[in-house]
Ligand binder design. Structure first.
Ligand SMILES: Nc1ncnc2c1ncn2[C@@H]1O[C@H](COP(=O)(O)OP(=O)(O)O)[C@@H](O)[C@H]1O
Ligand SMILES: O=C(O)C1=C[C@@H](OP(=O)(O)O)[C@@H](O)[C@H](O)C1
Ligand SMILES: [Mg+2]
Length: 171
């Protein structure tokens, strides 16, 4: 069984994915971690040294690789993964267990204020510009996230509650 989590930066994909894999006793893979290991470079450095287009090509290549090589896994994608290179079609062709972790804009802002540093798309923004950026960016990305089979409302709930809801919906 393959389970794939998608959603905006800060929506909890990595946290919930890890917990879900533990509950199911399955392998967990975070696509960003996988890319960092394969390229031996941290995500912010990949963006800085090679640029976003290079990152998106690598992201697509490694997404294909992990979906091909492992039959059973919980995969946390990056926030931009669904929006490039036909990645959402690829994911949907491999499994029905695709979950969009949906969080409100205020919920995302609250989390991302504290977590800007590791996220190259927002680290350069002043705190007061974050709400406008996230609002616009989420609007652009939402159509891609919405192609997921399942949408999980992830606001004001613990990672444990979210993982349990996903467990109930698995096929
Ligand atoms: N259900 C939750 N409730 C409260 N905080 C959460 C929850 N899920 C994740 N977080 C916190 O939100 C931040 C972003 O989570 P993370 O799993 O890295 O998101 P993503 O991988 O989608 O970017 C982390 O600080 C994490 O501890
Ligand atoms: O939204 C994005 O385009 C990105 C999200 C990040 O992952 P998280 O969603 O886990 O922060 C990471 O892939 C990279 O910084 C780009
Ligand atoms: Mg993550």
């Amino acid at each position: 069984m393959k389970i794939v989590l998608v959603g905006y930066m800060g929506s909890g994909k990595t946290t919930v994915g890890q917990l879900l894999a533990e509950k199911l006793n399955m392998d967990f893979l975070d696509l960003d971690d996988y890319i960092e290991t394969q390229l031996n470079t941290k995500i912010p450095d990949i963006f800085k040294e090679k640029g976003e287009i290079f990152f998106r090509k690598a992201e697509h290549q490694y997404l294909q690789e992990v979906l091909e090589k492992q039959d059973a896994l919980v995969l946390a994608t990056g926030g931009g993964t669904p929006c490039y290179s036909g990645n959402m079609d690829l994911i949907n062709s491999k499994t029905e267990n695709v979950f969009y972790l949906k969080l409100s804009i205020p919920g995302l802002i609250e989390r991302l204020y504290k977590e800007k540093e590791h996220r190259p798309l927002i680290k350069h923004l002043a705190d007061e510009d974050l709400p406008e950026f996230i609002g616009k960016h989420l609007f652009e990305r939402s159509p891609f996230y919405a192609i997921s089979k399942h949408t999980i409302v992830a606001g004001a709930r613990t990672a444990d509650e979210i993982a349990n809801e996903i467990l109930e919906k698995l096929v």
